[in-house]
Structure formats: structure tokens, C-alpha cells
Design a protein around this ligand. Structure first.
Ligand SMILES: Cc1cc2nc3c(=O)[nH]c(=O)nc-3n(C[C@H](O)[C@H](O)[C@H](O)COP(=O)(O)OP(=O)(O)OC[C@H]3O[C@@H](n4cnc5c(N)ncnc54)[C@H](O)[C@@H]3O)c2cc1C
Length: 342
């Protein structure tokens, strides 16, 4: 601990994909587990709260951070072949998620190809159980190692004990209790691709017979092409992806809404339905809305944009007005997907 000395008054603008201005009172880039222990010991000694960030792609920075920001950069990739064409890929929390997806696909392994081009780090992926195109991290996560601030120890959690749900996990339910250090994914050379998502099936001309000859890399490239058409690149138009979760409502509520609004877009589940938040927002006239510094993307109403010089409070103000409109019109409450700090 004697050697740990954080940087002070660090600008976080380039470390969050919404490019919101904020400063960290103390800051350190963490490359090893020992460095993390040293940093946490320093924080305890100096009475500072620690906030772990990865790629900053699911954060809304609403002001300066008064404690210690730890930028996770623990790297590492290793394979364990299990037989039957399966393998376990162990990854350091600081690895870039999309690069890992492409790396696994190039090696011929299946399981995470639908999750290509999701920004951020491996360590943040379990926090909201990242998902896209009918796949979720939980489908492949076997276990992970994390620092547990409650037990003051490194613990191993199996996939079943991570409390995964739609954009949810124990890590989201108990923010800042766990710092994820590494993740183990079970991948396969044989498992069938999940091409049930309409746009993905259409990309391959709905030709199910041809699916057998596809490679994971071809599926990942298809996902990349679809995403690039739909979602703005944060490097050109700063954003945090979907700003709201798709609300889950009981079946009765869904039926009543569908009767009142026959064009309602929803994904039907057992006893409940997931409403398309983008449709609800679009119906309230927000798609393409632009204010001085912030706005709503003109192709995807779920994505809020910083047009430059926008601040966290400005963005939150816009988000709150969108929520109020959706609530007044449909009686449905939108829940924010990114984490707001402080
Ligand atoms: C253009 C765009 C598209 C997106 N598309 C999708 C999508 O399709 N599906 C999807 O699910 N998400 C999507 N996202 C959201 C985002 O990419 C994911 O949530 C991603 O996992 C965030 O990773 P990050 O490293 O940037 O996390 P950060 O934004 O840095 O942090 C997010 C949260 O995780 C915590 N955290 C970070 N690292 C750790 C760690 N090692 N241990 C414990 N907690 C940690 C932070 O404290 C914070 O609470 C998108 C975002 C953008 C900008």
C-alpha cells in the first residue's frame, strides 16, 4: 500500500462514451489484482469511496466524483479445452468485450457472436448481463471471481448465483459491493447459432438450411453490420446505447394497452410482455428531438445523445421529461439502463 498514490483531479470526459464533463478527485488505472488491493487499502485509510469504471459506456456522469475512481485494466485471456468441442475462456476484467468476441469467433468458438460490437469491458458485462439479438451473457458465463467488499475477500460466484435477469444481476442490485476481477465463459465449436432475431435471420435470407455452414465470424460480422445501420457510433455521436430498459408488464396490462394501441410493439413472454421502450418514446414524439446540447437519436428513440457541450444534468432533465410523457400517455414507468453517478 505504501507505493499506491492516485492521480488527482482527473478529467473523465474521454472516459465516458456520452462525453459528459466530470472530474475525479482521485483516480488510478488498475492493471493487477495487487494494485486493486493497494488502492482499496488506500481508500479505506483515507476514508474515500471507490467507484470502478470500465469503458464508461453505461454511465451518466452528473457531476464531479469526490472519491477514488478505479479504471479497470486487468488483462488476460486463456483457454481450457474441455472435450466435445467445448472450451472455457478465462478473461481479465479489463479486456475489451468486443475484441474478445471477435477473438473467440476467429478461434472458431460459438456462444457470444450475437454480442459483437457491445462497447465496454469484460468486467462490466455481468453487471447488467449484457444482451443483444436474443443472446445474453448469462448463456455462457460459468463463473466469475470478484472482490466482495462485504466479506473483504475474493469470492467465486457461479453463473446461477449472479442473479441474472433482463439487464440485471446481483452486481446491479448491490452496487459497489463486488469488483469483478475475471470471468469464465463456456464456448463451443458445435452449439447451434441463435438466429431467431428477425433482422439476423433476414440477413441470411431466412435460409435456415444454410445456417449449418455458417461460421461464428460470419454471424458476428452480420451483427456488426446490423448494429452499424441502427446505432450511432459514440466516437461520432456520444451516447450510452439504450437509455431505458424495455419495461416488463403483466399480461393483463399488455392486453389493455394493445387494445387501446393496436400498433404497440412488444415481445410476448409467459404471463408478461416486454414493451418496446423505443416505440413508447417515439409515440410521444421524442424521436429526433434536439435541444441546445442534447437530444434523441433520429433513427433510434431509445438512444439519448450529447450533441457536444451537453452536461449530465441536461441529459437527465431530458430523460425525465421523456419518462413523464410516457407515463402520462401509457401509464408505464421507464427505468433508466445506465448508471447515474454521483
Ligand atoms: C453504442 C452503445 C451500444 C450499446 N449496446 C448495448 C447492448 O446491445 N446490450 C447491452 O446490454 N448493453 C449495451 N450498451 C451498454 C454498455 O455497452 C454495457 O452496459 C457495457 O457492459 C458497459 O461496460 P463498461 O466497461 O463501459 O462499463 P461502465 O460504463 O464503465 O460501468 C457500468 C457499470 O458497471 C460497473 N463496473 C464496471 N466495471 C466493473 C467491474 N470490473 N466490477 C464491478 N463493476 C464494474 C460500474 O461501476 C457501473 O456501475 C451499449 C452502449 C453503447 C454506448
Amino acid at each position: 500500500m505504501g507505493t499506491f498514490s492516485p492521480a488527482t483531479d482527473v478529467d473523465l470526459t474521454s472516459l465516458n462514451t456520452l462525453r459528459l464533463p466530470a472530474r475525479a478527485r482521485y483516480f488510478a488505472r488498475i492493471e493487477t489484482e495487487q494494485a486493486l488491493q493497494d488502492a482499496l487499502a488506500w481508500a479505506r485509510k483515507h476514508g474515500q469511496q471507490a467507484l470502478v469504471i470500465g469503458g464508461g459506456s453505461n454511465l451518466v456522469l452528473c457531476g464531479d466524483i469526490s472519491g477514488l475512481v478505479l479504471h479497470m485494466a486487468i488483462m488476460g485471456r486463456s483457454w481450457e479445452v474441455c472435450g466435445d468441442g467445448d472450451a472455457i475462456l478465462t478473461l481479465g476484467a479489463g479486456e475489451d468485450w468486443h475484441r474478445v468476441v471477435m477473438y473467440a469467433c476467429r478461434a472458431g468458438y460459438r456462444g457470444i457472436e450475437n454480442l459483437a460490437l457491445i462497447p465496454g469491458t469484460v468486467g462490466a458485462a455481468p453487471v447488467q448481463n449484457i444482451g443483444a439479438y436474443g443472446a445474453e451473457l448469462k448463456d455462457t458465463l460459468v463463473e466469475l471471481r470478484a472482490w466482495d467488499a462485504q466479506q473483504q475477500a475474493v469470492v467465486t460466484l457461479s453463473g446461477e448465483t449472479c442473479g441474472f435477469g433482463y439487464r440485471d444481476s446481483v452486481f446491479k442490485q448491490h452496487l459497489d459491493r463486488y469488483i469483478i476481477l475475471s470471468v469464465r465463459l463456456k464456448l463451443s465449436r458445435q452449439r447451434p447459432f441463435n438466429l431467431s432475431y428477425r433482422e439476423l435471420a433476414e440477413h441470411f435470407d431466412n435460409d435456415t438450411a444454410s445456417y449449418r455452414s455458417l461460421t461464428p465470424l460470419q454471424v458476428a460480422e452480420a451483427v456488426k453490420a446490423i448494429r452499424r445501420r441502427k446505432l450511432p457510433d459514440p466516437d461520432h455521436l456520444p451516447n450510452a446505447g439504450s437509455f431505458f430498459k424495455n419495461p416488463l408488464v403483466p399480461w393483463d396490462t399488455y392486453q389493455a394497452l394493445k387494445t387501446a394501441h393496436p400498433s404497440l410493439v412488444a415481445y410476448e413472454g409467459e404471463g408478461e410482455a416486454k414493451l418496446a421502450a423505443a416505440w413508447l418514446i417515439d409515440q410521444c414524439g421524442w424521436k429526433g428531438h434536439r435541444e441546445a446540447h442534447v437530444g434523441v437519436h433520429n433513427k433510434q428513440a431509445l438512444v439519448l445523445i450529447n450533441h457536444g457541450n451537453g452536461t449530465g444534468p441536461e441529459l437527465m432533465d431530458l430523460a425525465n421529461r421523456i419518462r413523464s410523457d410516457v407515463e402520462a400517455r401509457f401509464g408505464v414507468t421507464l427505468e433508466m439502463e445506465p448508471r447515474r453517478v454521483p
